[in-house]
Ligand binder design. Structure first.
Ligand code: SAH
Length: 350
């Protein structure tokens, strides 16, 4: 079934006029309803007959909230059900400066990183732009937000999936989300996290996107990176780091590196030294992440003291690095964990 949220205003105009023979001004009305995550019953300024005809071909909603968990730290974890029965997840993190929604870009993932729950079971399918956008529209409404007064100020593409492995839909999503006709969340407030699909990083820069780019690094040399991230077999650090520099030069946006600390694997003195050499000469920041243990995976995190020591060492070597506060751990906070446990509990994808 088609979904209304997959289309931009221009495409909605085409549908409204060419497919349904309605006056063009109805496109703006319909688009406003889509942005508010309204159901057909709520679109009372549109003629009933038009709505009934639309309903036959287009779902008003690309997804619905299946379950919602609130963490002791205020993080809200959402489990959504898509039109085809698949489930995906997301998390809303509240901070003093605003609320950040973490969205999924694929059902499952084919990157197979050693510590990540999203890749267990592989890639099921890509999400469409409208399915990604609907996560934002739906939670904005669920949290009492509107178009004028958004409940979500920042969006991070850090849920299940590898965003650059779904390039066309993800970039359309960015355009839909940042569009002034829609929720109008600026690219400055959107972060995209990638395991490092280097060719797509160049493409993103060349096509003029200005989102904050975050690279999942997780290792200081190719050898150990290949052990935790299969994508490192395709792209070496000597390709990945120049692409990050290129993105910075094109966009002026400081690049962020994510580094999940794994005991006995990536956090000794030599790792710190190599990291400082890798990141020399351009404004980069390292987000150190405490590993969120995944029961199917055989990797161990470190203690807070060990993390602090590693951070200090990096700082002494001139690397800007901070430890990212772990949020929502009690409600399956890390990528893919909630969907994974939901399916493992016998709630099959349909
Ligand atoms: N595919 C993208 C975005 C997904 S995940 C990427 O690789 O960047 C967002 C971040 O969380 C990534 O850095 C990912 O490696 C990390 N992550 C995944 N599972 C984790 C876990 N169990 N503990 C800590 N970090 C994890």
């Amino acid at each position: 079934m088609n979904r209304l949220a997959d289309y931009d205003l221009e495409e909605i105009k085409q549908i409204v006029t060419a497919q349904f023979g309605q006056p063009a001004y109805r496109a703006k009305q319909l688009y406003a309803h889509i942005t508010r995550f309204n159901d057909y019953d709520e679109m009372s300024d549109l003629p009933r007959a038009f709505r009934d005809a639309l309903k036959v071909d287009y779902d008003a909603h690309a997804l619905k909230i299946e379950k919602k968990f609130v963490s002791v730290d205020g993080t809200v974890k959402y489990l959504y059900r898509l039109g085809d029965g698949n489930v995906i997840e997301g998390a809303l993190m509240t901070q003093s400066y605003g609320n950040t929604l973490c969205v999924s870009t694929q059902v499952g993932c084919r990157m197979g990183c050693a510590f990540c729950a999203s890749g267990i079971g592989g890639l099921v399918r890509n999400l469409t732009a409208g399915e990604i956008l609907s996560q934002v529209l739906c939670v904005n409404r669920d949290q009492g937000g509107s178009v004028e007064k958004r409940a979500i100020t920042n969006v991070v593409l850090m849920g299940s999936g590898e965003p650059l492995d779904n390039y066309d839909e993800v970039t359309k999503f960015i355009r839909l989300l940042s569009n002034k006709d829609g929720l109008n969340i600026s690219e400055r407030n959107i972060s995209l996290s990638t395991c490092g699909l280097v060719d797509k990083v160049y493409r993103l820069a060349d096509e003029g996107y200005g989102v904050t780019l975050t690279f999942s690094l997780h290792a200081s040399n190719d050898e150990s990176r290949r052990e935790v991230m299969p994508i490192a077999k395709k792209y070496s650090l000597s390709e990945l780091i120049p692409s990050a520099k290129y993105y910075f030069e094109k966009t002026g946006r400081r690049v962020i590196f994510e580094y999940t600390m794994i005991k006995g694997v990536n956090m000794n003195h030599f790792d710190a030294k190599r990291l400082s050499e890798l990141l020399k000469g351009f404004p980069a920041h390292v987000n150190l992440i405490m590993l969120n243990p995944v029961k199917e995976k055989n990797v161990k995190g470190c203690t807070k003291e060990e993390a602090d020591r590693f951070m200090k060492k990096l700082n002494e070597m001139g690397v800007s690095a901070t430890i990212r506060k772990s949020k929502g751990a009690d409600v399956g906070g890390a990528c893919g964990q909630l969907r994974r446990s939901y399916i493992a509990d016998g709630n099959k994808d349909e």
